[in-house]
Design a protein around this ligand. Structure first.
Ligand code: FAD
Length: 397
């Protein structure tokens, strides 16, 4: 088996890997080789809802979403028309405990420069006429939030990366990453590639790849579901996305007057090679029941399709981005805890800065997500929701 050589290898053509390869090439690091076991966006990226929101619980995430927004808007304008659309994002509750959690979060977000405010519940009818507002206590609204088409963005990153010289190899078998002397190699299905730097951007598969490379990190893949529904009255594309704090349901407008709805995290580990890819009847029933109560005008919506994807959780619900401890040249960008589409562009730009410059500014910009923050034995842990209102290990909302 002959071995091809590169300066950096990126493993995985989900949105994180596609963006990382693009940014590495943009910074002049090369040759960059991308390897994808399946097809672009074949993992979580191709199954994501595509909500992009700065209503988050960590300041680093807010900054990275903001950087991603700027990049996605420009990328869509250049290469993927319609793949980025500003429609705003709402969070609401009719429960006092959740309202008490929402108020200080909005204050903190505003202090971080996020354009979000509490609006009178009856104003919601102007933004989302389908919603029943009579019992709502608080509504938070961020008009600058957006929706994206995640697969289109990944494809656009791939295309722009190729133009900058990235050599993407697609449809390979699921190979593995191994150490070869002072270099790293990706090998599988008769192919072999070697480089001083490898970036594992393999989503839920990263856990296995890192363990096989001899450098495991605490990661738990888990399943999460979404559905597209068709209401009798078309939902305008300008309708804000929302997260109902009381039911755990989120939704966004889709093409052709449809909307996409999902709920949170299944709290058991899932093997990304063996998971039920369709939506469960219980999930579909939960979505229908929850929406029917809060949005009676959508209660007659029929199901177009429902599906599941596999995301990956970390013990503190923060991603792993940067050098893998004790493994010179091995890097990772994963552990997005279910909201990686909205952060991939900014996160990849920061990682590429680190690989290209190795300076203290680049290290500082990834400090809070460095993969070495859980030294010692890797222990199993249950996945938890990532896209929450509250910070901490076990947020109620
Ligand atoms: C139902 C659902 C809804 C979601 N909604 C949102 C949302 O609204 N907003 C948001 O921000 N996020 C959302 N997410 C989360 C988001 O999809 C992920 O965080 C993000 O797509 C992760 O991207 P990734 O590139 O890290 O991983 P992936 O997209 O999973 O890509 C990993 C890639 O690596 C490849 N690979 C695996 N093993 C190998 C190997 N050995 N060699 C080569 N290639 C390999 C895979 O084939 C795959 O293409 C949602 C996810 C789901 C499932």
């Amino acid at each position: 088996m002959s071995t091809e050589r590169a300066e950096a290898i990126v493993v995985g053509a989900g949105i994180a890997g596609a963006a990382t390869a693009f940014h590495l090439a943009k910074r002049g690091l090369g040759p960059v080789l991308g390897v994808e076991a399946r097809t672009p966006a074949a993992g979580a990226t191709g199954r994501a809802a595509g909500i992009v929101s700065e209503q988050l619980w960590d300041r680093w995430d807010v900054e990275v979403v903001r950087e991603s927004k700027v990049e996605y808007a420009a990328l869509a304008a250049r290469a993927a028309p319609g793949a980025y659309r500003v429609n705003g994002f709402l969070r609401w509750t009719a429960v006092e405990r959740a309202a008490a959690a929402l108020r200080p979060r909005v204050e903190e977000l505003r202090a971080w420069g996020v354009d979000v405010s509490l609006i009178p519940p009856d104003r919601l009818a102007d933004l989302l006429p389908a919603v029943r507002t009579d019992d709502l206590l608080e509504v938070a609204y961020a008009p600058g939030d957006a929706v994206v088409a995640p697969s289109d963005l990944a494809e656009a990153y791939l295309a722009e990366g190729r133009r900058l010289g990235v050599d993407w190899r697609l449809g390979l078998t699921a190979g593995r990453v191994v150490r070869r002397g002072s270099r790293w190699a990706w090998e599988g299905g008769g192919a072999s590639f070697e480089a001083p730097s490898v970036v594992i951007a393999a989503g839920a598969w990263s856990k296995r790849l890192l363990a096989e490379a001899g450098h495991p990190l605490p990661l738990t893949p888990y399943r999460t579901q979404a559905a597209t529904l068709v209401p009798s009255e078309a939902v305008p594309g300008s309708t804000p996305s929302f997260d109902d704090l009381d039911t755990g349901i989120y939704a966004r407008p889709e093409e052709q007057g449809r909307f996409l709805a999902g709920d949170g995290t299944e709290d058991v580990e899932t093997d990304p090679e063996r998971f039920p890819p369709g939506g469960d009847p219980e999930f579909v029933a939960h979505v229908a029941e929850s929406l029917g109560e809060r949005l009676p005008a959508w209660a007659d919506a029929h199901l177009a399709r429902a599906w599941a994807g596999v995301c990956v959780s970390t013990p503190d619900r923060r991603p792993f981005i940067g050098p893998v401890p004790g493994a010179e040249g091995l890097h990772v960008i994963t552990g997005f805890n279910g909201f990686g589409v909205m952060r991939a562009g900014g996160a990849a730009a920061r990682l590429a800065e680190l690989l290209a410059d190795r300076g203290s500014r680049a290290r500082e910009r990834l400090r809070s997500v460095e993969p070495g923050r859980f030294p010692g034995e890797v222990r199993p842990f249950p996945p938890r929701d990532g896209f929450t209102l509250q910070a901490g290990d076990a947020p109620e909302y």
